[in-house]
Ligand binder design. Structure first.
Ligand code: ADQ
Length: 493
């Protein structure tokens, strides 16, 4: 989510079904295929759900080719082992437009990222948001009882926790991870139905954010907008309507071992082939940016910094190429279309300004990279630039570090992303809005001694490996067990 955690239409955090529509219908002999997306959350969650014989509930678009094994839209995963149940909620086009492209991504996304001016509250979007949350709660009710643990992902499900508690007598243990930032009260006050969202989220026993600042802001918003809540700022606990919600900061990591080993197994010939494909002169120094095409990612700001860099450093023209991968996202929303146009036209303008017959300063593509190519670029990029204007965590920065197996990369990291709290001083910190400063840090990165590169990367790698996706999952479930036990002991008292 979290595009990577929640948009089932992209290569992201849900198990999905073969594009050939290969799932068996009842009485149909076609085989079942399951594609495993590479998203970190899926990689982490899949074995847990397998171990617990759980049920994974996700929405889909009711594609006619999708078939199910029973009348509740459930299928066993993996098909040959039947380790857990995957249940799909089919949403109509109208529901997806209002719930996903509407309230989730025209209201909550801009608001939580501190862009209230981009908020678009269309008349029926919130009602659809509520309806889909009710559908999720109902589906959970089919599979869960008071002994169950329900774990919700992200901002698309803010009302579901309370609805789930209401639908299960004696309540289940409900935990929720919010993958994006939480705004300050001054911004949250613009949220339509803000009180309902807070009440919904206080149906959780546990609510997790990436960093302490977001957790504190959530507690501040409850304190300010829900006067009936009893708030303990120090312990980050909230008592409301007979339930205690514990708010925690549990930063998410990546599957560091997998990026490390995939990067080690890349072939230098693949880099040569990619350079050829992109028209980059072999041997050129490589810069890299990789993001969803989203206005929070600071791509035009990065381009402005690159322009300053080439202005300040004529000697690097022809010697340094910046590859920017930008995956289109939420293109139904006009703000995203306009953002894409701005990025593409800025790339063209800068390339016209500095490019020569055999060199372009910026190679821009909108492809989703196969894993091998992603790891090849990560491994060989001399400088990676993450310049988000605001970002809940940012996994790309951590993936780059994990894949930098030769110890010779340099990470320029925005001071406005969750990942900065963990990696900050060992990366090269940038203020993404300061083009001059980013250009200067890029100069520094490219002239840094081999020793300093290695030293910085060593520390970065320690942090990324010690806070990887497995340790995040363990922390989540430690907390869930703790609130589960607390709920059990308070029932007895
Ligand atoms: P995102 O906003 O999607 O995630 P990020 O954390 O960087 O941002 O994750 C993006 C993922 O997509 C990475 O795994 C990356 O490798 C992959 N990706 C992006 N472009 C790609 C391309 N062209 N080809 C292949 N893969 C590509 C949201 C929040 C973040 C938070 C995560 C997890 O916005 O702040 O870190 O959820 O909680």
């Amino acid at each position: 989510e979290d595009e990577s955690a929640s948009d089932p239409t992209s290569s992201d955090g849900h198990p999905s079904f073969g594009a050939d529509g290969g799932l068996a219908r009842p009485n149909d002999q076609r085989s079942i295929t399951v594609d495993e997306p590479t998203g970190g959350l899926t990689a982490g969650l899949d074995p847990v759900v397998q171990e617990t014989d759980g049920t994974w509930i996700a929405w889909g678009d009711g594609d006619a080719d999708f078939a199910v094994t029973d009348d509740r839209n459930c299928v066993a995963v993996p098909p040959d082992e039947e380790a857990y149940t995957l249940r799909r909620l089919d949403l109509s086009e109208e529901a997806i437009d209002a719930y996903y492209y509407g309230f989730s991504n025209r209201v909550l996304w801009p608001l939580c990222h501190g862009f209230p001016d981009l908020l678009e509250n269309r008349p029926t979007d919130f009602e659809w948001y509520r309806t889909v949350n009710e559908q999720f709660a109902e589906a959970v009710g089919d599979h869960a009882d008071e002994n169950s643990v329900v774990w919700l992902q992200d901002y698309h499900l803010a009302l579901a926790p309370r609805l789930i508690q209401d639908s299960i007598p004696d309540g289940a243990t409900v935990a929720h991870f919010w993958h994006i930032p939480w705004p300050i009260p001054e911004t949250f006050r613009h949220c339509p139905a803000g009180g309902n969202l807070l009440e919904g989220l206080l149906g959780n026993d546990l609510l997790g954010f990436h960093v302490g600042g977001y957790a504190d802001r959530f507690v501040d918003c409850v304190d300010r907008f829900l006067p009936a809540a009893d708030v303990d700022h120090t312990r980050r606990t909230i008592r409301y309507d007979g339930r205690t919600t514990r708010v925690v900061a549990t930063p998410m990591g990546v599957d560091a071992e997998a990026y490390d080993s995939d990067a080690r197994s890349t072939d230098r010939d693949r880099l040569t082939a990619l350079f050829e494909e992109y028209g980059i002169p072999q041997g050129t120094t490589l810069g890299l940016g990789l993001d969803r095409l989203d206005y929070t990612k600071g791509i035009p700001e990065r381009l402005a910094a690159l322009e300053r860099f080439f202005e300040r450093n004529p000697g690097w023209r022809g010697e340094f190429t910046f590859v920017q991968k930008a995956t289109p996202s939420r293109t139904e929303i006009e703000t995203y279309q306009q953002y894409g146009e701005l990025v593409r036209s800025e790339v063209q303008r800068i390339n016209r300004r500095f490019g020569t017959a055999d060199w372009r300063p910026i190679v821009y593509t909108e492809d989703v990279l196969p894993r091998e190519d992603l790891c090849t670029l990560y491994r060989h990029a001399d400088a990676m630039v993450v310049s988000s204007l605001v970002d809940g965590m940012n996994l790309v920065a951590q993936e780059y570090v994990a894949a930098s197996v030769d110890g010779d990369g340099a990470l320029l990291l925005s001071n406005r992303v969750g990942a900065h709290e963990r990696l900050g001083s060992h990366a090269l910190t940038i203020d993404p809005a300061d083009a001059e400063g980013v250009a200067a840090q890029l100069e520094y990165a490219l002239s840094m001694s081999a020793h300093e590169r290695q030293r910085r990367l060593n520390t970065l790698r320690q942090r990324v490996f010690s806070g990887d996706i497995q340790s995040w999952m363990t922390t989540q479930f430690d907390w869930i067990n703790r609130v589960h036990d607390d709920a059990g002991s308070s029932d007895k008292s």
